[in-house]
Design a protein around this ligand. Sequence first.
Ligand SMILES: NC(=O)c1ccc[n+]([C@@H]2O[C@H](COP(=O)([O-])OP(=O)(O)OC[C@H]3O[C@@H](n4cnc5c(N)ncnc54)[C@H](OP(=O)(O)O)[C@@H]3O)[C@@H](O)[C@H]2O)c1
Length: 268
Amino acid sequence: MDFKDKVVLITGASSGIGQRLAIDLAARGATVVGCGRSLERLQETANELKRYSSSSTVHVCDVSSPQQVKETVEKVVSQFGKIDILINNAGFGLYQSFADIPLDAIESMVRTNFLGAVYCAKEVLPSMIARRSGHIINISSVAGKIGTPYMAAYCSTKFALIGLSESLYHELRPHGIHVSVICPGPVRTKMHLLFDRMTLGAPEFLILKTEDVSRVVIRMIEKERFQAIIPSWLAAVCFFKALAPNLFRVVSYHLLRSPLLQKIRRTP
Ligand SMILES: NC(=O)c1ccc[n+]([C@@H]2O[C@H](COP(=O)([O-])OP(=O)(O)OC[C@H]3O[C@@H](n4cnc5c(N)ncnc54)[C@H](OP(=O)(O)O)[C@@H]3O)[C@@H](O)[C@H]2O)c1
């Protein structure tokens, strides 16, 4: 697919998956606008983007603020005339028991991980609908497929993103707009620290690299594919859950209560 005339807005482009995607899409000729909360943190992405595409740029935008999202989308549309692809990637997670996690932390996660994607999608849609063209990609997680202890708030936001994506897929397809959702397992990024305790310091080959996620997202855009779960061994686990949800729940309950996991969980 030729990305040369494409304008891509990526949230959470200052590090990890979003940064990799921004650079890889700019390298394929797209005009990329990457956003995040701090210009300082976005600077490294900006420098990399300029190596491939002089038109690509970064914007400060906190996706949990509908006003900032509105202003950012207006700026991008007035500067480039359109947004072809929106990648809702900004997000964070916390690993804490539901009883202990403060309400404001849950609210902040919902506002960033879920409502941030809602605000962005609602702002880009009118111009996509008018042009009868566009693609919205939501970065969910395997945590949006399988509920895991001590991650109730994070899992809730990621489950919600899958529901949003599925509904929008049906609603927007008649308007010529594609919707995709990707559910990666653990990826080596800053946020990976959250998953490190989930995966018991799993061997390196089980942890995805940002390049792996970026490659699959780009393929999903090219092939207009709705959903991807990566890596494939976790796709198989999700398939087993879909096939036999009750059996899966019983098996996973016992696995998650194994003495080794319990010991790790008690470590703050
Ligand atoms: N790492 C994993 O194992 C994994 C697995 C599955 C899914 N994911 C998902 O992948 C996405 C990217 O995560 P990552 O692993 O790349 O983590 P990361 O390296 O911590 O990057 C998170 C990005 O989100 C941005 N961000 C956070 N809050 C924001 C807000 N309110 N407004 C705008 N930007 C915000 C951060 O930038 P600023 O701090 O500068 O705002 C940063 O650029 C997340 O949605 C995450 O849930 C990650």
